[in-house]
Design a protein. Sequence first.
Length: 195
Amino acid sequence: MPTPKQMEKLAAEAARRLGPSAAGPDAPLPAEYWESVLKDPRAEATGAQMRQRRLSEIQRHVLRISCRRCERTVEIQTADAVRLYGGNAVWKDVAQRLLDNTCQQRTGRHEEEPIDPSPTIDQAVNGGFPWLEIQCARCKTPSDVDLAAMKHPPTTFAHDLASRLRCRKCAKAGRRPSATLLQLAWQPRHPRTEA
C-alpha cells in the first residue's frame, strides 16, 4: 500500500502527463466538438421542422410518436410509412393518423364520437354507475335507465344509447323523439311512474 507521500507524488505525475490540454469538468468544450455537432444532419431539424418534413426526406430508420392522452408510443419503420402513405406524405399527418388509429382514449375527433368520451355499458356498471339519467328532447321528462338490464352489447358506449332510447310518455302520443343523456348515476334519481 503506498504511503500518503507516494500517493501525492503519483497524482502530480499523472497531472503532468495529461498536460494543460486536458479539460476539466467545468472547462468549455473545444471548438471541434461544436463543429461536429453543428455539421450533424440531425442538428438542422428541430421537432417542429421534423414534423413538417415529407417521409422521403427523413433519414431515420424508425419513426416514433407518443400519445399524450393514453401514454402509448407508436413506432413505424420509415420504409413502411412510405409504402402505406406515400413518400410525399408529411410526417405530421402520418403521425396524427397513427395516433387516431391506435389511441385508447376516445377524443371526439371524428364525427361519430362525442366531444367528451363516455364509458361502455360494462365499464359504467362495473364502475358503480349502473343507472343512466336521460331526458326527453320533446317533453323534457327525466327518467332513469338501468344499464345492467339493457339488452345491448356490454361494449356499447353510453353516448351511443341516445339515439336508441325513447320517452314512454311521448311514445303513447305517437311521437318518437330521441333522448338527451344527462349523467351516469349510482342509483335512480327519478321514481318510475306508470300511468
